[in-house]
Design a binder for this molecule. Sequence first.
Ligand code: ADP
Ligand code: MG
Length: 729
Amino acid sequence: MPSRAADAATDKPARRDGPRAQASRPAPSGPARVMQKLGLRRDIDLALHLPLRYEDETRVLAIAALREGEPAQVEAEVRSARVEPRPRRQLVVRLADASGELVLRFLHFHPALERQLAAGVRIRARGEARTGFFGREMVHPAVRVVVPGTPLPQVLTPVYPTAAGLPQAYLRKAVASALERAPLGELLPPGSVPAGLPAFADALELLHRPPAAAAPAALEDRRHPAWQRLKFDELLAQQLTQLAVRRAHARRAAPRLRASADPGSLRTRLVAALPFTLTAAQCRVVAEIEADLARAQPMHRLLQGDVGAGKTVVAALAAATAIDAGWQCALMAPTEILAEQHFRKLVDWLEPLGAGVAWLTGSRKGRARREQLARIADGTAALVVGTHAVIQEDVGLPRLGLAIVDEQHRFGVAQRLALRRKSAAGDAGTFEPHLLTMSATPIPRTLAMTYYADLDVSTIDELPPGRTPVLTKLVAQARRDEVVARIAGEIALGRQVYWVCPLIDAADDDSEAPPPGGAGVDDGGRAGAARRALAELRNATETQAMLAAALPGREVGLLHGRLPAAGKAAVMSRFVSGAMPVLVATTVIEVGVDVPNASLMVVEHAERFGLAQLHQLRGRVGRGAAASVCVLLYGTPLSDTGKARLKAMAETNDGFEIARRDLAIRGPGELLGARQSGEALLRFADLDADEALLRQARALAPRLLDHHPEAAAAHVERWLGSRAEYLQA
Ligand code: ADP
Ligand code: MG
């Protein structure tokens, strides 16, 4: 145990009744409440709250033995403590031990500190000695008042990750007492933990209370065996949960939808009627999906493919198979623009073949909606396309056999579950629909293994022929005028241009773009500062006026999320038809919009967008035969992450590479979206560095679940407790 003396410089002593007494009260306050918020609720949660680093308070040096610039601790008596006005206001404390004198300087200090460090008091001070204005000194050392004869701690002092309102000393005591109570026995059967890793309790003991002889650097390195053991356990808990979910899914029943090769089937006629031949990659994923659909368990498959890879036609073929088998199909897209575009394409493809397509969106109300509902009810339309309006209560899809969700990461977990549950209430009774999700944001393999154990993945790794890669140029915002000049040239060639802005208008502080820094990882970016910065950004409304003035006689459209649905549709259809050469838009055009004649995209303040988002935006061009350019305008100065993102965009067009870099820049939590991943994120394991452990955990999970189900349950409870349900969605 570290010394019980109060840490005078930084922290208040913990209250006598301690965290245990507080936790049992109905509404904890102060530090106990912060602990709750951090998820440190049970003793075991505290035991699994591991130090970031350590401080060595186990030794003291004589003042005379201090070496310049090396961290060390001394124990000495205070001779005087005075606030000196010069060279600037500061608290100057003079100390002495038998060997010499030392000055401590505090530029920022609490008045209480001056009182505590009265002459004659004995203290321990830790810091780096150097020679300064007052001679041999330490600036802002950690100090602690000690009773003479207080023994030195036997272990290194852990420094835990904490938050505002939860002092380190309080947390340290809470963890130490939780460690006494928490059940830390081995839960896993002998032989199941990878060789060479310590027992669970030993790993925790070592990391929380390393012996004085341990080298802090070795313990801070997360490759240490004790760390490996905890990471393994963490990964195992997650794999067990995922496996349990997967097995539960496999017990559910879905209708068998067999793809028909009959020349009269919708599927066969659709393939024949397409204006292009499918790529080899498309054929492969269609076969994978059809194999799933033919099974009596619900498919849960993610179709991933870079922007423009041709996922929609794959979805259409899956829908045709469902319809051929006598079932209904629903396709859900995250925005009205995208839903409408899918609707048009599917109508073009399917209605000439006699298959009706209905469409439902939030803005389609009254008679129009009733008409669509009637077409669904009487079977005229076996395919329904729309936004989340498709999953509303009054939409009866009694024979829903296949649900397709485009850009699945845009939907919340709740919406996806609602869609999956949709048919359970219908006359299909116990059947659940097959689920196909689509995304252009590929999930890295290790992430898929970790978080989506119940998900199968199909990948379209080839673009349709005849595409020319998009050339990406990084241009400083100051050179915006040159870019405007370039637009005129592009239009003269009969091509079309997107201009994307982060804001709608000057009054818009609720931007459609992410906060600066993509997800706010790299900046201390609090909302106020972010808003001020955003207020300076170019906005779509002004830009539209500017471009309209610069391009007389040309139609410059404006599209953003606040336009009514009919207005959006009108603008979009003018752009799609080619009548409107330039479209200024917010990120509403981010996903799915497909106008092959558009060959130039300009993104303003590109540094404000996330990497996945930029890649999506860029995917709006390069869809036709013309060579396309994406100009990323950036404001200065650039943050490090901003720089890394723009560099990635300039260097590669490959969505998988982009996703890999995004993961490297942001970490997995951000990639999943904070809300979805919730607290389920890995705290210790790192998907890249710990792939070997992940594989071992993945191999152990089924054996444990089959042969030691109680151990598996206890292990999951230890690691996830009440958070286990997060992993099930
Ligand atoms: P995404 O995968 O981004 O959703 P889309 O499905 O919108 O891509 O397809 C992009 C464009 O490519 C569409 O115009 C689509 O009709 C066309 N397309 C799809 N597959 C092929 C193919 N095999 N050959 C030629 N064009 C194709
Ligand atoms: Mg698409």
